[in-house]
Ligand binder design. Sequence first.
Ligand code: C2E
Ligand code: MG
Ligand code: MG
Length: 737
Amino acid sequence: MSSEKLDNLIEERTTQLERANRERHEELAESHRLPEAPREPEGERCQLALEGTGDSIWDWNIVTGAIDLDGYWTVMLGYEPAEIDFNFDWWFNRIHKEDIPAFEAALNAYLEGREKWYELEYRMQTKTGEWKWIWARGQCVARDEQNQPLRLLGTHRDITARKIAEDKLRQERDLLNGIMQTSVAAITVVDAGGKIIFANERSQEVLGLTQGELVDCLYNAPEWKITDFEGGPFPEEQLPFRQVMATGTPIFDVQHAIEWGDGTRKYLSINGAPLIDSSGAIARVVLSITDITDRLRVEEQLLHDALHDALTGLPNRILFVERVEHALKLSKRHQDYLFAVLFLDLDRFKVVNDSLGHRIGDQLLVAIARELERCLRNTDTVARLGGDEFTILLEDINDLKDATKVAERIQKILKSPFIVEGHEVFTSASIGIALSSTGYDCAEDLLRDADIAMYRAKELGKARHEVFDKVMHASALKLLQLENDLRRALERQEFEVYYQPITSLFTGTLTGFEALLRWHHPTQGLVSPLEFIPVAEETGLILPLGRWVLHEACRQLHTWHTQFPMTEPLKISVNLSGKQLKELEFIEQIDQILEKTGLDGRFLKLEITESVLMDNADTATKMLLQLRARNIQLSVDDFGTGYSSLSYLHRFPVNTLKIDRSFVSQMNPNDRNCEIVRTIVTLAHSLRMDVIAEGVETLEQLSELKLLKCEQGQGYFFSKPLTKEAAGKLLTQVPQW
Ligand code: C2E
Ligand code: MG
Ligand code: MG
């Protein structure tokens, strides 16, 4: 068959099929057809349909101004039909003022043919004064021969509910926008595939991407990779949005870092919540991302500062104790684990500070810190406890020798001078060593014992090291006992004031007494002030104790003044500790004591040792001037033993120098000590001060002192310190030496 024939055949068959199909369809339609329902007239049908929509009809005759409004319209505004004036003005007056321009514009646009419909939304006032939103739509239904509009016809629909809903929606959107814009966190929305589909402005800064780069990029952007805080990989399933997708619940403070190619890292804290779609599935995840890099840095710095010394950067006491505790734990677990704590105190660091200034002192400390670090292993810890005190923890050593070797190495390093700002500074250190093998329970005990050993090294001549041993332990215990006993001694009235006469070397008559404290210990008998005064100073007990002595001595002298009137009344010398001088209320106390005891200030002499005076030069001067104003006299005690620079002496308002016993007791004509005494006397006189020689024991010493023009003397030659009764008896005899 030719192709032409085939084509014709196909065409013919197709036409037949189409016809058959059509007929079949018609048959089917015929079989399903409903019986014809009776229909309303067309107008009525429209009316019914319109009522179904809830809209109302208006019919406005533009020429007469009459408006025909249907019943629904009145219902909408809450009026009875009888209350309505069916004209334009009545209706126009109820339009919201703000909507009038829009009304006019919409009408003109329609009438001028710019719009196909007259259409607009505006507000109308109801009978009760509320506003209703209305949607009006209409068209011109009659025109005159000039095509001018005569009548407009249309519908009104109450859209107030929709408007309120729209308004609410807009407010919510504004609120959300406000939150997004002002949030310090980056807020992003990520789809189920991890693609960012929304990002607020702050996201650009937090994530380091432009808005363009952000939206549509994968949460794991190509510019950076997500890592843990150390830069290691962050597990995919722990990614915040993955966690929310997996659990369907919010997450809080999931932390990870993002790292750029150049190694810079930002630390983030992320909160997230699922956004559920209408089918109940998690469609998206909203993430709130906070940059915590700065906070972490500050925290890190604070932690570092809390554990390190600001000047040298070395660990401080807290960190050191922590490390010793750790070492202690190790030694408890492993029998053969041995470690040592070294306590190092610089000798004469104060001299460096005082002579070269604090800045150089500080630099010296830093230089020493670096040297100490250099001569230790990485595993050891060197810390600065404050001032010129350093501690060292030597971990895992073989025996004591390892520790003493380190101490020797340090001494050796310190032997060569440090060059600080062009100054050659020589220094040395006293080192105490405590070994873990002694069986310690806490780090502080090790530190305490190393400290005790360090003090021992100082006592034995400085620039050396001592290992803490049983003897030191015993004496430390004794000291502790003394301290405890001392605390109770004052209330138990175990103290007594003794009085040692002071004599004029010119006339041989008594000029006064020095009040000297005695402690009657319940078991140890009389304890020397040389033993307990330092303990009282260290514990602060010297304050109540010193106050008591002052009061007692002043009271006693006043009694003697009344009992034994003299032309030249006796004076009382009372020793003062440095701590008392630093007490803020000291002057106030003195005033109270003088007032209570009735003693005139000019009969009171206060003795301050040379070192106390020099150590507190500034505060001392102020205090001493206040005392001077009360006519109270001042003596420098133990003069010659301290390191006072003589050029300083004239700055203080001092009346008397008391030459230390050590010079007087070894005085022989023409020897060195005699020369020293002579120099002191000359110095005192040139500064308009007088001199008391302490510890005069022999007639030879007395004669020599007289030759040197020393004004007064005190010592066993005249009398030992006496009880108040014995001293009182002495006064009845009017002694003459
Ligand atoms: P100090 O103020 O230099 O007192 C003089 C010390 O030398 C006294 O020792 C006294 O007994 C002793 N002494 C006096 N003449 C001689 C002598 O000829 N030969 C010898 N070998 N010694 C003599 P004491 O009473 O043992 O007092 C020792 C130190 O204790 C005092 O030295 C003073 O610094 C301190 N002290 C005593 N009582 C008090 C006090 O109430 N308050 C304060 N803060 N310190 C006090
Ligand atoms: Mg004294
Ligand atoms: Mg003295």
